[in-house]
Design a protein around this ligand. Structure first.
Ligand SMILES: [Zn+2]
Length: 141
């Protein structure tokens, strides 16, 4: 969706809270203990408690809670690094993508940090449909 996100995989909640405060992030969690912390209850740090086990319902809750626009700038930043992606020509990526991709795709983008190449393949199409559906569901609420 083009929003800057960070997956915290450590086990020290306080470390995550420090990062969130420093980088002005919102914590999205299923951990009730985090919601009870003073830094959250006081409103100093915004946190969203995810209620569902289903990934689709989880993203729906985040979209609704933060009033996100699913289609504002989809596929504009790297999934791994949050870096804005740069357009690349077919020639520039020719030796870095599988031959069948090169034959069928004409638009490519590259992450300037990890140099991962993205193209509008089946994953992109599936995600686009999903985002469209999220948007439709939200506008019918
Ligand atoms: Zn990257």
């Amino acid at each position: 969706m083009g929003y800057d996100t960070l997956l915290f995989t450590g086990d020290d909640d306080w470390h995550m809270i420090v990062i969130a405060l420093k980088e002005d992030r919102i914590i999205i969690t299923r951990d009730t203990q985090i919601m009870k912390r003073r830094v959250v209850t006081s409103g100093r740090l915004k946190a969203i408690f995810i209620t569902s086990d289903e990934p689709e319902q989880q993203i729906q809750q985040v979209i609704e809670n933060l009033k996100l626009d699913c289609q504002l700038r989809p596929f504009t930043i790297c999934l791994e690094c949050n870096q804005p992606l740069l357009e690349r020509s077919k020639q520039e990526v020719a030796d870095r993508v599988p031959p069948y991709v090169l034959q069928t795709q004409s638009e490519y983008v590259e992450c300037p940090a990890c140099h991962r190449i993205y193209w509008k393949g089946t994953h992109w199409q599936a995600m686009t449909r999903k985002l469209q559906r999220f948007k439709e569901e939200l506008t019918t609420l």
